[in-house]
Design a protein around this ligand. Structure first.
Ligand code: MSP
Length: 660
């Protein structure tokens, strides 16, 4: 049986969790869910790093004991993971006895085998970075990592003979080309190893910093927080340096993936690997160092951090959208910027327009023309076979890229299929099939589209667990979990199954939620401009509020009679050259040539998906110029400002038929 063990860094509990913590934990959760779904013996470990100076200082500021502080800080992490739908198998705290015992046993083993020695140490010590620096490391006399002041410290300490294992590590890296990822990071570590690899100071005199695991043979020392913390990956799965390993250890170790931020690659790649060699263990298969997020173009700080407070994001967008966005937006390994406008645009384009639209089209046409029952597949045409080929490639690509932690590529691979589904509708023209009474083909075409939704619902389970269930429910598939591999074949749905009433799974976001706008204003970040008011909205305004429209004045039938409503068929559609929200349509109205109509529906519809649609047109509106392009009429649509759907006519009618 395939096994899969994935870890996140354990987070310092000096403060509440932020977007950076959420990012790694989401990525690990997606990998764990994916492997679980495919039947691997999976283990996902996360936790918190509770010792060290930073935590001690945070407790001091609150005027409480470090133990009371760490006890209080665990819950915020667990709460956030619950809200983000993180399903870990184990959560380790470094103050737990199961961990302390392993750290102490490791120290004893290393001492016994001559890997530890005592020496006087002098150097510049940075409290913020919790490490010593040499004179030449300093930048303007300050800590190069944190920019904080350093102090000259002279003290006796215990050292780990890291230098003994440097050569072995170099060889290991050369022999395991996938050990350090992304590949660009490998040279960084090899560069570090090319310098003379010194020994590692792994104690702190308790008199100076008491908040740590005491040395087993001398309580006047506590363990250096990194030596303590890194061992969590093995202590949590039952490693016992001196005795018998726990029953699961051989099953879990070596781990497949340690995910971490780029700033802590050296500690993992160099300190931890050499520690493992000394303890008789091999390192994990892959260390994946991801990049850092900036927020609205700024380095993450307390102030700007508030605009991406993970709780706020979950409140306003929902966990699934946050999970999707952070993994889709930037390649795992690169730095990237989190902007709310970026989130809005990406989720509208990918989720509402591509995937949501495909679901909407396939299920509503099935509802209208097939009595809401899934149609039977007909004999495949070349176009159908091509679609199947695409589905095979999309699923294989998704699996391959996801397993390599290339989340953005995995999702892109699936989206190629989703977009192909929308194109397939355009070319197969189910409305024409319906009009011409080709019911068998109509059933086959719509079912293949529903099959694509099923593939998406299956593959998206690890990324968007709730939305995936909602998508599946729209297909009357309520079995959980769906199998991920082997889902590519577009013939799983059972003909005759009744579909539920279509419901939107991915509503469009018209504008940034008010709480986000407030947070942005507070952080004095430039607020994204509201969507430009468009005179071309297909529905007259007001009313704007779709749930409780303001009661309009009553009109007589004569007034209504002044409006000429006609059926029309869209024969061409393209984007307006200078307005994002507008499409320029050519609509056949039974006149000598098609009418040009400019409509504010670009956020909801891709132009190519509109061709062939039968719509309702206000035909006697005075022509207007919209951003320089003439419009001779208006389409009817539901949803006010947030266009939810064009008004269409179920029966095929000649263009220009009067609507009353
Ligand atoms: N306690 C150590 C890790 C020990 S692992 C054995 C630690 N903790 S931390 O809480 O300071 O940071 C944890 C993680 O958050 C790191 O992987 C770091 O890269 C990540 N991030 C901190 N700020 C970040 C961003 N702005 N963006 C993305 N990740 C960031 O280090």
């Amino acid at each position: 049986m395939q096994r899969y063990y994935v870890t996140t860094p354990i987070y310092y509990v000096n403060d509440k969790p932020h977007l950076g913590h959420a990012y790694t934990t989401i990525a690990a959760d997606v990998l764990a869910r994916w492997h679980r779904l495919n039947g691997a013996d999976t283990w996902f470990l996360t936790g918190v790093d509770e010792h060290g100076q930073k935590v001690l200082e945070a407790a001091g500021k609150k005027g409480i004991s470090p133990q009371a502080h760490v006890d209080a800080m665990v819950q915020p992490y667990k709460d956030l993971w619950a809200r983000l739908d993180i399903r870990y198998d184990d959560f380790i705290r470094t103050t737990e006895p199961r961990h302390k015992a392993v750290v102490q046993a490791a120290l004893l083993k290393l001492k016994e085998q001559g890997d530890l020695y005592e020496d006087v140490y002098e150097g510049w010590y940075s409290t913020a970075a919790e490490r010593f620096w040499t004179e030449k490391d300093l930048v303007d006399g300050k800590c190069p990592d944190t920019g904080q002041p350093v102090q000259w410290v002279q003290e006796t300490n215990w050292f780990f003979r890291m230098s003994r294992y440097g050569e072995r590590l170099r060889e290991w890296i050369e022999a395991h080309p996938d050990f350090l990822q992304p590949a660009s990071r490998k040279n960084e570590v090899l560069g570090y190893l090319r310098k003379d690899l010194g020994d590692l100071c792994i104690s702190r005199p308790a008199a100076r910093m008491s908040w740590g695991i005491p040395f087993p043979w001398d309580e006047s020392f506590v363990t250096y927080v990194w030596f303590d913390a890194l061992l969590n990956y093995v202590s949590a799965v039952g490693f016992s340096p001196q005795g018998e390993n726990g029953p699961d250890f051989a099953r879990r170790w070596p781990a497949q993936h340690h995910l971490l931020g780029k700033d802590i690659l050296t500690t993992h790649a160099v300190y931890f690997s050499t520690m493992l060699f000394a303890l008789g263990l091999e390192p994990a298969e892959h260390l994946y160092a991801h990049g850092w997020w900036t927020v609205e173009g700024e380095k993450m700080s307390k102030t700007i951090g508030n605009v991406v407070d993970p709780h706020l994001l979950v409140d306003e967008y929902g966990a699934d959208v946050v999970r999707y966005f952070v993994l889709r937006e930037i390649p795992f390994g690169n730095d990237g910027d989190f902007s709310h406008k970026g989130l809005l645009e990406r989720t509208n384009a990918d989720l509402a327009n591509d995937l949501g639209n495909l679901l909407h089209r396939a299920s509503s046409m099935t509802g209208k023309w097939l009595g809401g029952r899934i149609g039977a597949l007909d004999a495949p045409t070349p176009a159908d076979l091509e679609l199947q080929g695409l589905a095979d490639r999309a699923v294989a690509g998704f699996a391959r890229e996801l397993e390599a932690a290339q989340f953005h590529k995995a999702l892109e691979s699936l989206w190629e299929l989703v977009r192909a589904g929308n194109k397939y509708i355009d070319t197969e023209q189910p409305w024409a099939l319906n009009r011409e009474g080709k019911t068998e083909r109509l059933g086959g075409v719509l079912t293949r589209c529903l099959e694509i939704i099923r593939v998406a619902a299956t593959l998206l389970q690890p990324v968007m667990p709730t939305k995936a269930r909602e998508l599946a429910a729209q297909l009357s598939l309520n079995a959980d979990p769906l199998l991920a591999l082997g889902c590519a074949s577009l013939d799983h749905l059972v003909a005759g199954t009744v579909l539920p009433e279509p419901a939107p799974v991915f509503p469009r976001l018209l504008e940034l939620p008010p709480r986000i706008q407030e947070a942005l204003a507070k952080a004095q970040a430039p607020t994204p401009p509201p969507p430009p008011p468009s005179p071309s909205l297909p529905v007259p305004e007001p009313p704007v509020d779709e749930t409780t429209p303001a009661a309009p004045a009553l009109i007589g039938i004569d007034d209504f009679g002044k409006i000429q409503l006609l059926t029309g068929r869209i024969v061409a559609a393209e984007r307006h050259p200078s307005a994002d929200r507008l499409l320029v349509l050519q609509v056949e109205l039974g006149e000598d040539k098609p009418r040009q109509i400019v409509a504010g529906i670009a956020a909801r519809y891709e132009p190519q998906n509109l061709v062939g649609q039968q719509v309702v047109v206000v035909a006697n509106l005075k022509p207007v110029k919209l951003r320089g392009i003439e419009s001779h009429g208006m389409l009817l649509a539901a949803g006010g400002k947030d266009v939810r759907g064009l008004v269409t006519v179920g029966e095929p009618l000649p263009p220009g038929t009067l609507v009353r």
